[in-house]
Write a protein that binds this ligand. Structure first.
Ligand code: PEP
Ligand code: MN
Length: 335
């Protein structure tokens, strides 16, 4: 249920409506942004009787929310959420690009890649210090020292950092070093981790689980928002299908579907969807054409020797070219 206040309603009336909601045992959550203040009603068991709130001063209307997710939904908030990190804004029609290697391997590796992606126009740097690997025998990431190298990248290039947090134990450590917390596909329904991220003041990139429906994905985002963090960026990274020609199948249609259901920005990771670099280029261009709110792309200075995901990592000169293509497509689509 959403209690919509009249435009320009006084603070006292808003507070009175909040108190009336709380008195009934519900949580009242004012929704930021939009033309007028709306107050979401959460934690109601069963339906809420609108007549309790309709007669209150300053209340324009009371709208039932039909979706299982609330805070993430367009029903709760019509206007797109804008999330600003450094020079980048996600959700305002621009097309910020996050680029960097799959894994942090050394200080020289991340600094070299960061300088080249920054020159090509990337707005944020990515790199995993804690890596969720399918095999326990694969490189697991450098851990804390990897985070220190990422901090060095920020210091030297000014690029904000995106890195994955894999578990609750390391949450505070990763949070301390990163500008955006990434929750990976394998953790999309790690509810304790989602709650930790919800208590953070850092924006969160929430990757879609590899077999998750849009509804399950949005419910995962709801966990983060329910804890108080409104800055969630959805990231489509391909889903598991029967095909063998790519690592995953990029679900292009989910961008329009997610935008219809939710006010949250949605970006695309063509690298993990494709698994091979030739496909990354065309999927990155498609992402710009679709009206996604940005992309995250893996780039490596020496992909043949990469400790993870070398086959899908672009060479720095390929990244320059794909940036040019994406920018040209975005400029047309934005008109
Ligand atoms: C990553 O971005 O480093 C990653 C592991 O991706 P995903 O969670 O999408 O597999
Ligand atoms: Mn990777």
């Amino acid at each position: 249920m959403l209690v919509v206040m009249e435009k320009g309603t006084s603070e006292e009336k808003i507070q009175a409506a909040i108190n009336a909601i709380k008195k009934r045992g519900y949580t009242a959550r004012p929704i930021p942004g939009g033309d007028r203040v709306s107050i979401g009603i959460l934690h109601n068991k069963g339906s809420v009787d609108a007549t309790h709130f309709l007669g209150l001063g300053g209340v324009k209307e009371v709208i039932p929310v039909t979706k299982p997710y609330k805070l993430v939904s367009r029903e709760f908030k019509q206007k797109n959420t804008h999330i600003k990190v450094g020079d980048a804004v996600f959700g305002n029609g621009s097309f910020p690009v996050i680029a960097g290697p799959c894994a942090v391997e050394s200080e020289t590796q991340v600094l070299s890649i960061a300088k080249s992606v920054k020159n090509a126009g990337a707005k944020l740097f990515r790199g995993g210090a804690f890596k969720p690997r399918t095999s326990p025998y694969s490189f697991q990431g450098l851990g804390k020292i990897g985070l220190v190298f990422l901090a060095k990248v920020r210091e030297e290039t000014g690029l904000p950092i995106v890195t994955e947090v894999m578990d609750v134990e390391n949450f505070n450590l990763v949070e301390e070093y990163t500008d955006i917390i990434q929750i990976g596909t394998r953790n999309m329904q790690n509810f304790s981790l989602l709650r930790c991220a919800g208590k953070s003041d850092r924006p969160v990139i929430l990757k879609r689980g590899m077999s998750a429906t849009l509804q399950e994905w949005l419910m995962a985002a709801e966990y983060i928002m329910e804890e108080g963090n409104n800055n969630v960026i959805l990231c489509e990274r391909g889903i598991r299908t029967f095909v063998r020609h790519s690592r995953n199948t990029l679900d292009l249609s989910v961008v329009a579907a997610a935008k219809k259901e939710s006010h949250l920005p949605i970006i695309i990771d063509p690298s993990h969807a494709a698994g091979v670099r030739d496909q990354v280029i065309s999927l990155a261009c498609a992402s710009a054409a679709l009206g996604a709110d940005g992309v995250m792309i893996e780039v490596h200075n020496n992909p043949e020797e990469a400790m993870s995901d070398g086959a899908q990592s672009l060479y720095p000169d390929q990244f320059v070219k794909v940036m040019e293509k994406m920018n040209a497509i975005h400029a047309i689509v934005r008109k």
